[in-house]
Design a protein around this ligand. Structure first.
Ligand code: ZN
Length: 685
């Protein structure tokens, strides 16, 4: 199983200057100009806002459907907190009790630090950084925390029958010691990745035990293999491994029942029979926890291509489990952007041409690329793992066999990208990290379309391409902790290879190869330099997308070194990179694509491990120091996320007659509102 989503392109993307945007036409001129995109900024984070253009055009029934799906999304909020770390809900509820009830001095420096900490916990859905996965500790001390807790009545706190004293004793290491449960997911090589990860997917089991458990269940000749482990926590009871399944009546049952409640309402106002079938299967899956049902649902979901509204809701991405079995809850509710979908549909139509003309070894090419449905969506609501930090492209379902036999849906999140573009156009990142005026100019002319095309090609063509050799089964099981990085690298390389192809100009989706050059400049600069802004001194790369970008960029640098294809330049004590030969770089990207596809097609773990470890992990610490230094002077938040709109039904008695959209602008208030309305789980699951 893979992590098939594209995030904004490291710091550069959040910062790149995108001149135009395909969603410009959508809102009215007044609402576009009046709408404030920025919301809040704290630590290394910035909260942005997005609008839902097109919502007003929906029929009353579609709006009602959107509202039910919105509620179903938000009902899973607690699940994701608990999945990330078993103490997250207790910590969050403690912070909320203090925020809602503390009556003392709210002007002190300590209180400000407390608020910042709470905002960060809400942003990261817990106490581990949403991107680096490393635990962050409060800037106020334990004595101050104790003082806050002690001012509150015991009934307001999640004490679970503990005395306040015992409660504080328990909370101290959890919140204040960075070495206790230091990382939610730990992908380091040479360790037990299950034991080394603080997430709540396993308890009391070793990686070897888990792997043996599933090895006994996986039949490599099964053409419709179940995604074992996707919807459960694994624990050891009386010496036996047990899966605690997330379903009605099971673990997380209280929240899942609320999701089911709203999904069942959604079924009654579905747009058509295909959508009704998909939603009904999702309900059945949540009720039974049966993973075969989930596959049936996924197939029905892929087949529903006509509906204007769509939803992802479930345990989807396995990226937060170090060994890629268990999935995080997420939901994305959306409506199709009819106009912007035309570009992505044009690309999807040529999928077979792209496969036939790719640099892959012939036996690794798909003879018959199946049903890639591509569209640009307008997000209505995101919850769980897709919020507040959001993908800009999503390609689902994840099961390789469903993708091969039934196809997949690929989407680009248009209104999210639009908000990024607005803040990006004002960012000083390009000026600091681009070497030449030519690059800056090219980026301001073509950066937006280059980025859009990269996302489209990555999702629609990249993830869908390639053929697995017979008898290999699911290669991601073999490639283990390197599977996600290699899969993302493969999809990026497909995009990079074709963005310099005249075919895209012929198709009318880009004006000239200048777009490709712009993409090469930005990709290489980001992969070798600017994405380092996201790391702390001393760190190496961990996150799959970051690893993949450095892998692709530094492999290309090394292969082209003799011919000076990519060059490091020192100027005024600052390091830059420069692409000297775009055509040769394209050939090199093609070579790496061919090799990574071979690794995937054959399930060659040793070669995959060597590639990732040699090119995608280690960071030049002197360069990192320099980059951090330059970045800090710019005062740009390294990470961005979004505050979600609210849908408010207009009722006539029991009946919903209309749905209004509200756009909150206070991060803390909005999070407290969500906690008040969507808390369904106890602190101890
Ligand atoms: Zn991807």
């Amino acid at each position: 199983m893979n992590f098939k989503k594209v995030m904004m392109y490291g710091a550069i993307s959040a910062a790149a200057c995108f001149a135009a945007c395909n969603s410009d036409k959508k809102g009215t001129a007044e609402s576009e100009s009046a709408f404030e995109v920025t919301c809040d900024e704290f630590a290394d984070l910035q909260v942005l806002r997005y609008q839902i253009p097109g919502f007003e055009e929906l029929s009353a029934q579609q709006k009602e459907l959107a509202y039910y799906l919105y509620e179903a999304a938000n009902c899973g909020r607690d699940i994701y907190y608990d999945q990330k770390y078993k103490h997250n809900l207790r910590i969050r509820k403690t912070l909320e009790a203090i925020l809602n009830n503390y009556a003392g001095n709210k002007e002190s420096a300590d209180w400000k630090k407390f608020e910042t900490y709470a905002k960060r916990v809400f942003f990261s859905t817990g106490i581990h950084h949403h991107y680096s996965n490393i635990k962050f500790v409060p800037e106020f001390n334990f004595a101050y925390f104790s003082e806050l807790v002690n001012t509150l009545d015991a009934s307001l706190l999640p004490l679970d029958n503990m005395s306040k004293e015992d409660f504080l004793k328990m909370m101290q290491p959890i919140m204040f010691d960075p070495n206790v449960d230091a990382k939610t997911v730990n992908l380091a090589s040479g360790i037990d990745n299950v034991k080394g990860s603080a997430n709540n997917f396993y308890e009391g089991v070793t990686q070897a035990e888990v792997e043996a458990y599933y090895a006994a269940r996986i039949n490599p000749n099964d053409t419709t293999p179940i995604s074992w482990g996707l919807n459960s926590k694994m624990v050891k009871e009386n010496g036996t491994l047990i899966e605690k399944v997330w379903k009605s009546g099971g673990m997380y049952g209280a929240a899942i029942d609320r999701i089911v409640y709203w999904l069942e309402k959604a079924v009654t106002v579905a747009e058509n029979d295909k959508q009704k079938k998909a939603l009904s299967l999702l309900v059945e899956y949540y009720k039974t926890g049966d993973l075969k049902k989930f596959d049936e649902y996924s197939i029905a979901w892929v087949e529903d291509t006509e509906s204007r509204l769509d939803v992802v809701n479930g345990f989807i991405e396995v990226y937060e489990d170090a060994i890629g079995k268990r999935a995080s809850f997420e939901s994305v509710v959306s409506l199709k952007d009819m106009e912007a979908t035309k570009r992505i549909a044009a690309i999807a139509k040529e999928a077979q041409w792209f496969e036939d003309n790719s640099p892959l070894t012939p036996e690794h090419k798909k003879k018959n690329v199946k049903g890639i449905t591509a569209k640009v969506i307008t997000v209505i609501q995101e919850a769980g793992a897709s919020n507040p930090s959001t993908p800009i492209g999503i390609n689902l379902p994840n099961a390789n066999w469903i993708r091969q036999q039934h196809g997949s849906k690929s989407v680009s999140l248009g209104n999210i990208v639009h908000s990024y573009n607005i803040v990006g156009a004002k960012s000083p990142m390009m000026k600091e990290f681009a070497l030449t005026e030519e690059e800056i100019k090219r980026n301001s002319e073509h950066g937006a379309i280059a980025s859009d095309l990269h996302t489209d090609m990555h999702e629609v063509i990249g993830h869908a391409s390639g053929q697995i050799n017979p008898g290999i089964g699911d290669p991601d099981q073999t490639l283990k902790n390197y599977a996600s990085t290699l899969e993302e690298a493969r999809a990026d390389l497909v995009a990079l290879y074709y963005v310099m192809d005249p075919k895209l100009v012929e198709m009318g989706v880009m004006p000239s190869l200048e777009v490709g050059k712009c993409e090469y400049d930005n990709y290489i600069r980001n992969g070798l330099i600017t994405q380092l802004t996201r790391l702390q001194i001393g760190e190496n790369l961990e996150e799959a997308h970051m690893r993949n970008r450095q892998l692709n960029a530094s492999w290309a640098y090394e292969k082209g070194k003799a011919e000076n294809v990519i060059e490091y330049v020192k100027k005024d004590g600052k390091t830059y990179v420069k692409v000297n030969d775009y055509d040769k770089l394209r050939v090199i990207f093609g070579q790496l694509l061919k090799e990574i596809q071979r690794i995937k097609s054959e399930g060659d773990f040793a070669a995959g491990q060597a590639l990732v470890e040699n090119y995608g992990v280690k960071v030049d610490q002197a360069l990192l120091k320099e980059v951090k230094n330059r970045f800090e002077k710019l005062n740009v938040a390294a990470y961005k996320g979004f505050i979600q709109p609210k849908l408010v039904p207009v009722m006539d008695g029991e009946k919903i007659t209309d749905v209004k959209v509200e756009y909150p602008s206070n991060w803390l208030e909005d999070q407290l509102w969500r906690s008040k309305n969507y808390s369904f789980l106890p602190v101890n699951n």
